[in-house]
Design a protein around this ligand. Structure first.
Ligand code: GDP
Ligand code: ZN
Length: 323
């Protein structure tokens, strides 16, 4: 029988000194990180030497980071993080003045799910735009989940976020009561690393408990409004999913907020604007009052939704006021 590294973690015998394994940081506090290995085992590991020194500077290890571990055959033995792999993406709370003060909430997310209810509570398309801009500014794909579809007709449900579907966002229509859309949502989460966002009361915990019984989410923490206005929160936790992939248990997008997004970047956070950027009469067009504005012309002919455009104007103003 060959033993892999995870069995050593669980069974105790010391692996050879040169053993290296890769894993994903799923939780980290006080310098000790839980690292999920491919086998499904979890190793408690710490940073040493060069990496520890770097962490005090610009580099900070975050939940979601892919790392390489080495077993140090000392007494007692220990798992050491020897390498942090390049990040593919990061959800980060930015600070004014660039990357130095930023705090990475979760690294290597594949997508964020923004959940709203079709009713109870009433959905707010303009609030959704705010979440989507944060996702776009962090370079993350977003999916929209319209839950509680049992409370409205299918036509009403599809009308709610049609402008977002037209803008290119995938929209899932779900109901805990009827089971509608749950398999598709499960398939969209499988094998990917996802974070969940949205107002409280829309059914985020109900959905996840139904899809992944026993996941044990800190349900209060995943409701954005719980942490409204609070900037220090418990660190994110990544839950491995039985179908592969991870679900981040984090206050999500609102915790990250709009802070630090440059006003000039806002048009790029509206994917349906992007093909028209550069076509305005003035190169420095703000797309607000300028004549010959390609974005405003698209709104006038109905190619871009008026509501989405209003969100653009409002969010840009808000960000300009921060400068
Ligand atoms: P969260 O704050 O987003 O995590 O929302 P919860 O999961 O706590 O759900 C809030 C309330 O909505 C609970 O009373 C749920 O039973 C109810 N709920 C969740 N999903 C649905 C659904 O699909 N249809 C209906 N009618 N109610 C739902
Ligand atoms: Zn313009």
């Amino acid at each position: 029988m060959t033993r892999n590294a995870s069995q050593f973690v669980q069974l105790g015998p010391m692996p050879p000194d040169d053993l290296h394994v890769d894993g994903v940081v799923v939780q980290g506090t006080g310098g000790v990180y839980d690292v999920r290995l491919a086998s499904g085992a979890t190793a408690a590991a710490s940073l040493r030497g060069r990496l520890k020194h770097e962490e005090r500077g610009a580099l900070k290890l975050a939940v979601g980071d892919k790392v390489t571990l080495r077993w140090e055959n000392s007494d007692p033995g220990a798992w050491i993080i020897t390498d942090i792999h390049p990040r593919m993406s990061k959800l980060a709370r930015r600070a004014p003045g660039g990357a130095r003060g930023e705090r990475v909430v979760v690294a290597n997310l594949d997508q964020v799910l923004v959940v709203f209810a079709a009713a109870r509570p009433e959905p707010h398309p303009r609030m959704l735009d705010r979440f989507l801009v944060i996702a776009e500014a962090n370079g993350l794909h977003a999916r929209i989940v319209v839950n509680k579809c049992d409370l409205v007709t299918p036509a009403q449900a599809h009308a709610l976020f049609r402008e977002h579907a037209d803008a290119g966002y995938p929209v899932h229509y779900t109901s805990i009561a009827t089971g509608e859309g749950l398999q598709e949502l499960h398939d969209a989460l499988a094998g990917r690393s996802s974070a969940l966002s949205g107002p409280s009361g829309v059914g985020k915990s109900s959905l996840m408990n139904r899809l992944f019984p026993g996941l044990d989410l800190r349900t209060a923490a995943i409701s954005d409004s719980v942490n409204k206005g609070r900037h220090t929160t418990v660190g994110a936790v990544l839950h491995p999913l039985p179908c592969g992939g991870f679900l981040a248990d984090t206050p999500g997008l609102r915790e990250v907020g709009l802070w630090g997004i440059e006003p000039v970047d806002v048009p790029h956070c509206f994917p349906e604007f992007v093909p028209m950027l550069g076509q305005c009469r003035f190169a420095d067009c703000l797309h607000t009052v300028e004549p010959g504005c390609a974005i405003r012309e698209a709104v006038a002919r109905g190619a871009v939704s008026r509501g989405r455009y209003e969100s653009y104007v409002k969010l840009r103003e808000e960000l300009s006021a921060q400068h």
